[in-house]
Design a protein. Structure first.
Length: 429
């Protein structure tokens, strides 16, 4: 048995979906362990684009299992839509390919309403949430008033849980947020129907994985969002509501930490962020706009333009440490082609001090000015390159600079959006 975790080392949108799709070839299956449909994982295979929000990015490989682990929060309506769309394109023909943990929490309509009303009331202090109910669903999980997939598929249990939790949520919605109350009967009607559709996939995910581990299967754990959005180690409070770090893979799928041998962190060759919050290397100029256009930097879940900037090694060193990364994946190298001089942030200037680590306080981080190292760019097209030594000399030295500073080996480099536009340097398992 061996386990590999693939997580985002930045603010999400690093291209994890493509990497997981590619590595699934060498795995027996893929597990999503946190987040919800705030994620948008884009895969381009044979020229066809597929965007996934909840189903693991291994789903295009017919014979590989895809488990949605207990750490994920599931909007059942979105999941049913995603399953139907995949089936229409010839995937998920075998129901046994998809598994959903009975302990995963359910996003209900009042979660989305709370998310959106709160965000609208915030004005300046907006987090820039995707408004998908992710935060309120995780809050309910921790507050012990959540509803889980195991409840959703049993109408009597679902009704009992809703009777227990809905009155209090409705009071909060109406009295505090000025919204409208939800009727128990209408929720019950649509969610019993959704539960019926999803019942065949629901199982004890931990028990399933235990069997895979005992049978020496290779398991890929797929993260969503990224390190800087982690609820503990991200730019709090401008973060998502789950732990996005490698360590969450064990808890969020029901395996022990020893089931994981390797953790690969995915970073773009530059940096992007969607939503509000500090971003020291942000480029609010024509170069930022160029990266956005060339990199197609528009959210795959909300369509929002992403903020773009130079690569930040201080943030990446933090990612190496808090995740315990054993390998580095660099994506979108092709987007940097044609930029004469590249900059990489190697420290933060705060007053008269140079910081090498990220301050915990966003107010301090906001005041940090990046200290840059300049590196020469390249002009050659990278998309056809399949060996590191065939990359332009300056592209190689850019990658070597990252490797040297982060002190972890480069394992994979992506030079274009399609599955085959990749240079794999290390075996994943
Ligand atoms: P939430 O997760 O929808 O509550 O959003 C919290 C913050 O995380 C916002 O800044 C979102 O833009 C950001 N976020 C959530 N999911 C993703 C993602 O998959 N990629 C990039 N940013 C995300």
């Amino acid at each position: 048995m061996s386990g590999l975790v693939v997580i985002g080392a930045q603010w999400g949108d690093e291209g994890k979906g493509k990497i997981v799709d590619l590595l699934t070839e060498q795995a027996h299956g893929v597990v999503r362990f946190q987040g919800g449909n705030n994620a948008g994982h884009t895969l381009i295979v044979d020229g066809k684009k597929t965007i996934l929000h909840l189903i693991p990015s291994g789903v295009l490989h017919r014979n590989k299992f895809c488990l949605i682990g207990n750490g994920v929060v599931i909007d059942p309506a979105i999941l049913v839509q995603e399953i139907t769309a995949l089936q229409k394109q010839g995937c998920l023909k075998d129901d046994k390919q998809l598994l959903i943990s009975d302990r995963a929490h359910v996003i209900l309509p009042y979660h989305c309403a709370i998310d959106q009303l709160r965000e609208a009331a915030k004005g300046e202090g907006k987090i820039g949430t995707t408004g998908r109910g992710i935060g309120p669903a995780y809050e309910d999980k921790v507050a012990r008033r959540g509803i889980r997939m195991g409840d959703l598929i049993q109408p009597a249990l679902l009704k009992k849980r809703l009777q227990e939790v809905l009155p209090e949520r409705n009071r909060y919605l109406t009295a505090v947020l000025g919204g409208k109350a939800f009727s128990l009967d209408s929720i019950l009607k649509s969610y019993v129907a959704l539960g019926k559709k999803l019942k065949k996939y629901v199982c004890d995910g931990s028990e399933f994985l235990d069997l895979q581990i005992k049978n020496k299967k290779r398991i890929l754990f797929e993260g969503a969002q990224g390190t800087s959005l982690d609820v503990d180690y991200g730019t709090y409070p401008f973060v998502t509501s789950s732990n996005t770090l490698g360590g969450a893979a064990a808890v969020g799928s029901g395996v022990g930490p020893h089931a994981i041998q390797n953790l690969w962190g995915v970073t773009k060759a530059y940096c992007t962020r969607v939503g509000s919050g500090p971003f020291p290397t942000e480029l609010n100029d024509s170069l930022g706009a160029l990266l956005r256009e060339k990199g197609g930097e528009f959210g795959s879940t909300t369509g929002r333009p992403r903020r773009c900037g130079w690569l930040d090694l201080v943030a990446l060193q933090h990612a190496v440490r808090v995740n315990g990364l054993t390998g580095l994946v660099v994506t979108k190298m092709d987007v940097l082609t044609g930029i004469k001089t590249l900059k990489v942030c190697v420290g933060y200037q705060l007053g008269n001090k140079i910081l090498k680590t990220i301050p915990a306080h966003v107010e301090e981080l906001d005041r940090c000015k990046p200290v840059y190292k300049e590196l020469p760019g390249w002009t050659e097209d990278l998309s056809k390159v399949r060996r590191l030594k065939d990359l332009p000399r300056h592209a190689q030295s850019y990658l070597r600079f990252l490797e040297k500073n982060l002190k972890i080996p480069l394992t994979l480099v992506s030079v274009g959006p399609s599955r085959e536009e990749c240079i794999l340097l290390k075996k994943p398992f």
